[in-house]
Design a protein around this ligand. Structure first.
Ligand code: MN
Length: 221
């Protein structure tokens, strides 16, 4: 490790992806303390910031604050934010609305906003501004994964936020390493063609981050 001013100047920008947070603000804060990001780093959040956990409002506030301090930060859209976007755009049907509120923890999210004296509309710009993917020369970041056999440039939004088995059980080379969340595993999945860092922070699991290309792992319970 270089020391002193010269060392600081030579410090390389880190690329770090962070898995599904699901309303667990305490885990997010602890993980960020461990990572101690600098303005030169690029943090890529892989979606599913809300629902299931208790503090969705605070998680989104934290992410907005972080993006203000560190403009390199990327916040992708997960399938849970997809419900919120659909509500804002007025294209959610009754079935999907019930699915979100009752089965997927949306009621908890609305309650967390109410507790802080807000409606979700206070973060409307944040939700509507979430991109579906981010890529570098070597890595393709998205919430759920990609459809095998379809070029990365032609992936459908619904696959990027929802896909599971067709992607998880594929051994195809996608052209870049896919970095994703959405499908929980006990340990982060560090495979040659894909990396998954959803380790169940929605429940009792830790929140996980991976630095690339080294694949160094951070976790916060
Ligand atoms: Mn998900």
């Amino acid at each position: 490790m270089c020391q002193g001013t010269r060392g600081e100047l030579m410090k390389q920008r880190r690329l770090i992806a962070i898995g599904d947070i699901h309303g667990h603000h305490d885990k997010l804060v602890g993980l960020l303390e461990q990572i101690a990001p600098t303005p030169e780093d690029r943090l890529v959040f892989l979606g599913d910031y809300i629902d299931r956990g208790p503090d969705s409002f605070l998680v989104v506030e934290e992410l907005i604050k972080l993006k203000g301090r560190f403009p390199n930060t990327v916040t992708l859209r997960g399938n849970h934010e997809d419900y919120v976007v659909a509500v804002f755009l007025g294209n959610i049907n009754d079935y999907e609305r019930k699915l979100w509120l009752r089965d997927n923890g949306g009621n908890l999210t609305i309650a967390s906003y109410k507790e802080e004296g807000h409606f979700m509309a206070v973060h409307k710009d944040f939700y509507l501004g979430l991109p579906l993917f981010f890529e570098t020369d070597d890595f393709f970041f998205c919430h759920a994964g990609v459809r095998p056999g379809t070029p990365l440039s032609a992936q459908r939004p619904e696959d990027l936020v929802n896909i599971r088995d067709e992607f998880l059980f594929s051994n195809l080379d996608f052209g870049k390493v896919i970095v994703h969340g959405h499908s929980i595993s006990f340990e982060p999945a560090l495979l040659p063609h894909r990396i998954c860092v959803d380790t169940g922070a929605s429940g009792h699991g830790p929140l996980t981050a991976v630095e690339l290309p080294s694949r160094r792992i951070w976790q916060q319970l």
